[in-house]
Design a protein around this ligand. Sequence first.
Ligand code: URA
Length: 438
Amino acid sequence: MRAVDVIRKKRDGGKLTPEEIAFFVQGAVSGTGWMPYQVSALLMAIYFRGMDLEETACLTQAMAASGQRWDWSDLPGPVVDKHSTGGVGDKTSLILAPLAAACGVYVPMMSGRGLGHTGGTLDKLEAIPGFRVEWEPEQIRSILRDVGLIMMGPTAAMAPADRILYALRDVTATVESIPLITASILSKKIAEGIAALVLDVKCGRGAFMKHRPDAEALALSLQQVGTAAGLRLVTLLTAMDAPLGCCIGNALEVKEAIETLQGRGPEDITALSVRLAAHMVLLGGLADSLAQAEARVRQALQSGQGLERFRRCVMQQGGDPRVLDRPELLPQAPHVEAWRAPRAGYVAALHADRLGQASMLLGAGRARLEDTVDPAVGIVCRVRPGQKVSPGECLLEVHYRQDQSLKAALPLLEQAVILEDGPPAALPNEPLVLHTWG
Ligand code: URA
């Protein structure tokens, strides 16, 4: 078999066989038979020609099989994870993982770092002084068994094909391909050895998928390929037009996640975290219905069991657990500037994409993979969509370190809060859950 023939076949719209897909993935990882420019050429051919369900499922399995696969069969409970396609202000992982763990689910949560205007769970966790996200396999096993959850970065041995392919996709404009995204996300989850998975596909201004038909196509692809791979799966399509919760930026989001676990969080973040955790409990076989699962999760929230799980997680992963009671111990930006309403009106929209980009320019996110993030900076939205505001009222609090970064973010901030004279007919992010599959 030759790489050039496989590339030509896909370029001309052909369907690749399982052998050809395996040859491609093994070649991309080992370098035998495939030069990086040939791997890139096939990625581009897939971008234009697509892959059917069978090909996508094959690619997913081949990528999952490119490295180590975890086995959790020695744990006494169900092993379930959640994955989100990324949004602005989305700190639900920090809330739902301890809540699900408090209900008896084991959560080996493998997360990523932020890139572009969306944040990454690992960056948020590392805002907690001392918190470590890199662990050896035996340590991972022991933390998961003890605490019921671990929040970690991908290990080098897990789905190495995804790392190699993603790096090439990133520089060849082939990230935005539904079969490639599906295989990338699910190969890592299959390698994680979980029994079930809850997927949160975001849709809207602040999401990777801005338009509903694209987001639905991705959700359906994930649901079908995941099911074909033997995972028990639920996929939710959720709105991402306005930021989730009020805080954007790593330490600010950790603080909001803690407040949510204390029962004092914004309604949208609380509702979505509870819903996603409830699906994890239901998929784990620990409830008979979604309503029963939600009741269990709400009980874990109200009783403080979720908060205590998070405390144990922070302690076991080397973080300073005092931040749960004293958020001022989290990194804090040296300057805070209020962005005020220029006139009276109603908040018609809070543009998640502009706020996410502004936060990135303040230093909270990365424009390139190699950038470092500033844990302290970010934005707090002091108003919610639909709210009436008076002239001079604080709309946004901007937490920044350097005047230069504030200056860079200002044009975006100016366009981020849309004021109208009357109350808006429809509110962004409502309803939050647009559709559920599975
Ligand atoms: N997230 C992933 O893990 N992979 C992609 O390809 C896109 C988003």
